[in-house]
Design a protein around this ligand. Structure first.
Ligand code: SF4
Length: 107
């Protein structure tokens, strides 16, 4: 909650001067560098092979991470940087059959 008793959304918190916030509760957000290493709890991506068309969209959006196998696309390795994660999400959201899955890993 903020001083005016309204919910503290990110947008509202960004508009409040830092001196008005409890520093123990609000840490300024920092943009991640594209080559920054990911946290250990990063999501794990997989392909459900039974639905794959082998269209190749994913492997062109995430080269080195997804490749075309004999019957379906396969995850070659999990992303290790922000840039690679962005590429993997591009593949996930552009898969025409939505067979690329993401599983969150709890720390
Ligand atoms: S984009 Fe989807 S359907 Fe196309 S090859 Fe990749 S996983 Fe298969």
């Amino acid at each position: 909650m903020t001083a005016d008793n309204l919910p503290a959304t990110d947008e509202r918190l960004d508009s409040v001067p830092p001196s008005a916030l409890d520093p123990a509760l609000h840490q300024p957000r920092r943009a991640a560098s594209m080559n920054e290493r990911l946290e250990p709890q990063s999501p794990i991506f997989s392909v459900a092979p039974e639905g794959c068309l082998r269209c190749g969209a994913c492997s062109s959006l995430a080269p080195g991470l997804i490749a075309m196998g004999e019957d379906a696309a396969v995850i070659v390795r999990q992303p290790e940087t922000v840039e690679e994660t962005t590429a993997m999400y591009a593949a996930l959201y552009n898969c025409p059959l939505h067979v690329i899955r993401k599983r969150s890993v709890k720390p």
